[in-house]
Design a protein around this ligand. Structure first.
Ligand SMILES: [Ca+2]
Ligand SMILES: [Ca+2]
Ligand SMILES: [Ca+2]
Ligand SMILES: [Ca+2]
Length: 287
């Protein structure tokens, strides 16, 4: 019942029987309720005004990478020797992670491909040990800058500030393709492939169908400019980086037969690592 409709009723009651003082008290009480309810309404409105004024337009708000496959990476007290041997102390203390995500091609059987890796760090670099079982090592193009992804190669994805986002023709992140002969290739800002052999050092040893690849990777962030003097990122405890690793396997075909990665990629198109750093996992450097 509307409060205003009560007043005439009360007044008519007054003229008939009810004590005048009592009516005054009731009117006072109802007025008080009316004032309080109006005040409350006012406050609600002012709250909404504040909320509206602080809302940012969607395009201004920075889109942040959502961390996934969050993993702690242990520091090496003794820097591993890059020689393709896994007898360094740190490799005995760290666990294997699988390269079991089918990014391109049919899921390979264990004789065709099996891959796993370990990681560690020092302030100077990231170190990666990769063990690959691949029946045929294939290097059809001797020119390292020709269709480099169609030869057997390990591809290492690194995003120094874990920003995620697009990195196809910029240095927001890197996708280093490391070939059997140790050449390191990625696309640069001019949309051309470049050798980055001074970013990643690799030695490998093959025994039968198993190859041990050992990497030392110096990390550069998005301020990197080709041809200029660039300071590498000094790695430190609690630092977060975007990371993924994959293997392009070709045994005798014109194009790569499959591409096996370390991280699940949602959606139909799994071959996104070379463009989109959002799909990288997140590593945290610990001591
Ligand atoms: Ca070693
Ligand atoms: Ca194979
Ligand atoms: Ca970045
Ligand atoms: Ca192969």
């Amino acid at each position: 019942m509307n409060v205003f409709n009560i007043f005439p009723i009360l007044l008519s009651l007054n003229s008939i029987t009810i004590n005048n003082n009592l009516v005054k008290k009731i009117v006072f009480l109802l007025s008080l309720i009316l004032i309080i309810s109006c005040k409350k309404k006012e406050n609600n409105n002012s709250d909404k005004t504040i909320a509206d004024s602080t809302e940012q337009p969607a395009e201004i708000a920075k889109k942040e990478k959502k961390d996934h496959q969050l993993r702690n990476i242990k520091k090496a007290e003794i820097t591993p020797t890059i020689d393709g041997d896994m007898n360094d102390p740190i490799w005995n203390e760290t666990k294997w992670y699988p390269m079991d995500q089918n990014w391109i091609g049919e899921f390979p059987d264990v004789n065709d491909f099996f891959g796993r890796y370990k990681m560690t760090w020092t302030p100077e670099a990231l170190y990666i040990l990769v063990e690959i079982k691949d029946d045929v090592l294939y290097d059809q193009y001797k020119d390292p800058l020709k269709l480099w992804w169609d030869d057997d190669c390990v591809e290492i994805f690194i995003d120094a500030d874990n920003s995620g986002g697009e990195h196809q023709y910029n240095n927001n992140a890197f996708a280093y393709h490391v070939a059997l002969d140790g050449n390191v290739v990625d696309l640069d800002a001019s949309k051309k492939p470049l050798l980055y052999n001074n970013h990643v050092k690799m030695k490998r040893k093959t025994d039968g169908d198993v190859t041990v690849w050992e990497f030392e990777m110096i990390v550069f962030d998005d301020t990197y400019e080709e041809g200029k003097a660039n300071d590498p990122v000094v790695l430190s405890k609690d630092q977060k980086l975007g990371f993924a690793i994959a293997y392009n396997d070709n045994d005798a075909s014109k194009e790569r037969e499959n591409f096996m990665g370390s991280v699940f990629v949602p959606g139909e198109d799994k071959n996104q690592g070379w463009i989109n750093a959002d799909i990288f996992g997140t590593i945290v450097l610990v001591e």
